[in-house]
Design a protein around this ligand. Structure first.
Ligand code: GDP
Ligand code: MG
Length: 370
C-alpha cells in the first residue's frame, strides 16, 4: 500500500507540518508529523492546499524506463561479459593483467589502459570479449543480490600445483546458482609441481566434468607467467559465447549496470557502467539507482573520450548528480523531469523501507523487554 509520512508530505508541498496536521484533523484524523497516512488521504490534503498530486508507483517507473521486450529482428550479437573467479592466490589478478596487457599494442596511441573496472579485448580470431576487472565472489554475489546480472561466462581459475580449494567450490556454486556457464583455466602450468590431472579429477567431485574427462565444460591449461595457453583460453571464451548466442538491441534507449562508482575530486561523481542493452550516448538523460543525470562525457577503458557505448561496452559516465552504488541499474529516459521524479521516488521508497524496518525493530525491542 502506498503511504507517506506527514512531515514528508508537508515538505514536498513546502507547507508547515502543523498546518497539514490541522487539515487532517478537520478530516477527522488525529496524527503526528512522524506518522504515515495512505495515498488517498494524502491526495485530499494536497488538493486542500491547492496543489496537484502526482503519484509515482513502481509500475509508472517501469513504464518510463521501457521494460519492453525487443523484437527478434532488432537483436544483434553482443560480446560476452566474463568474470574470473577462483581461490585466493590461484592467479586471478595475474591472468586479468596478462590478458589486458597482451591486448595493448606497444607504442599505440591511446594504448595506455585505464583501470575503470572492466575492459575489452579482441581475440586472435577477431572476437570481442568484455572482462570484469574485479575478480572475487563478493562483487559477483552483491551485484546479483542487487538484481544486476552482469556475467555471461565465468572463468574458474584453479592452480595446477594446488587443486580445488574452498573458494573454488564457492565459485562453482555461485556460477551454478546464477546459471552461468564456466570455463576452467588450469593455471600455473609452468610450475614443476603442476598436476593438471589432479585438478580435473578434483573437479569431478563437485560435478564439474571437463572436456578432457569427456564432459562439456571447456578446460584450458594456462600460465599467467609464461603466457602459455592464454590465446586458447580467449578462443574458448569466444566459442562459449557463440554457443550462448548473446544478443542485444543497439538501437534503443540504453540500460546498464554500475560496476563501480566514486566521487572524483576533479570530475565529480564518476560511474563505470556496463551497457547491457541499447546504446548510451553523450547528452542522454538517465536515472541510475537513486541518482539521475545527463551524460556529459563517456570515457572508454583506454582512457579515450567516446560519443557512445553499445551493448557489453564498459564506459565511465560523467554528469551524474550524485554517486550511485555498484549494482545500480542505469536507465536512459526521455526527460529530466522523469529522471528526477524516479530518483526522488526511489529515495523516498528507500526511506520508507528504513523507517518500516526501524519501527519493526522498536516493536521487537519493546516486546523483548516486556
Ligand atoms: P589471485 O589471488 O587469484 O588474484 O592470485 P595472484 O594473481 O595474485 O597470484 C598469486 C601468486 O601466484 C602471485 O605470486 C603470482 O605471481 C603467482 N602466479 C600467478 N599465476 C602464476 C603462473 O601461471 N605461474 C606461476 N609460477 N606463478 C603464478
Ligand atoms: Mg587477486
Amino acid at each position: 500500500p502506498e503511504t507517506i509520512v506527514v512531515s514528508e508530505l508537508a515538505n514536498r508541498m513546502a507547507e508547515r507540518a502543523a498546518d497539514v496536521i490541522k487539515s487532517l484533523m478537520k478530516m477527522g484524523m488525529m496524527v503526528t508529523a512522524n506518522q504515515t497516512i495512505d495515498a488517498d488521504t494524502a491526495e485530499l490534503v494536497i488538493e486542500e492546499f491547492g496543489h496537484r498530486a502526482v503519484r509515482v508507483s513502481d509500475a509508472d517507473v517501469e513504464q518510463v524506463i521501457q521494460t519492453v521486450e525487443d523484437k527478434a529482428e532488432d537483436l544483434q550479437a553482443r560480446p560476452p561479459i566474463v568474470t574470473i573467479m577462483g581461490h585466493v592466490d590461484h592467479g586471478k589478478t595475474s591472468l586479468l593483467d596478462l590478458i589486458r596487457q597482451a591486448n595493448v599494442v606497444a607504442g599505440e596511441a591511446g594504448g595506455i589502459t585505464q583501470h575503470i573496472g572492466a575492459y575489452q579485448v579482441t581475440t586472435e580470431s577477431g572476437a570481442l570479449l568484455s572482462f570484469l576487472d574485479t575478480p572475487g565472489h563478493a562483487a559477483f554475489t552483491s551485484m546479483r543480490a542487487r538484481g544486476a546480472n552482469v556475467t555471461d561466462i565465468v572463468v574458474l581459475v584453479v592452480a595446477a600445483d594446488d587443486a580445488v580449494m574452498p573458494q573454488t567450490v564457492e565459485a562453482i556454486n555461485h556460477a551454478k546458482a546464477a546459471g552461468v556457464p564456466m570455463i576452467v583455466a588450469i593455471n600455473k602450468i609452468d610450475k614443476p609441481t603442476a598436476n593438471p590431472q589432479k585438478v580435473r579429477t578434483d573437479l569431478l567431485q563437485h560435478e564439474v566434468v571437463v572436456e578432457a574427462m569427456s564432459g562439456d565444460v571447456q578446460d584450458v591449461e594456462v600460465s599467467a607467467h609464461t603466457g602459455q595457453g592464454i590465446d586458447q583460453l580467449l578462443e574458448a571464451i569466444a566459442l562459449q559465447a557463440e554457443i550462448l548466442e548473446l544478443r542485444a538491441n543497439p538501437n534503443r534507449a540504453a540500460l546498464g549496470a554500475v560496476i563501480e562508482a566514486k566521487l572524483d575530486v576533479g570530475r565529480g561523481p564518476v560511474a563505470t557502467v556496463l551497457v547491457q542493452n541499447g546504446t548510451l550516448k553523450q547528452g542522454d538523460i538517465f536515472v541510475v539507482g537513486e541518482q539521475w543525470g545527463k551524460v556529459r562525457a563517456l570515457i572508454n577503458d583506454k582512457g579515450e573520450r567516446v560519443t557512445e557505448a553499445g551493448p557489453s561496452v564498459p564506459v565511465e559516465v560523467l554528469g551524474i548528480n550524485g554517486t550511485p552504488e555498484a549494482g545500480d541499474v542505469l536507465n536512459v529516459v526521455e526527460t529530466e523531469a522523469q529522471a528526477r521524479e524516479i530518483a526522488d521516488y526511489r529515495i523516498q521508497a528507500a526511506k520508507d523501507k528504513r523507517a518500516a524496518a526501524g519501527a519493526a525493530t522498536t516493536l521487537q525491542e519493546l516486546m523483548a523487554k516486556a
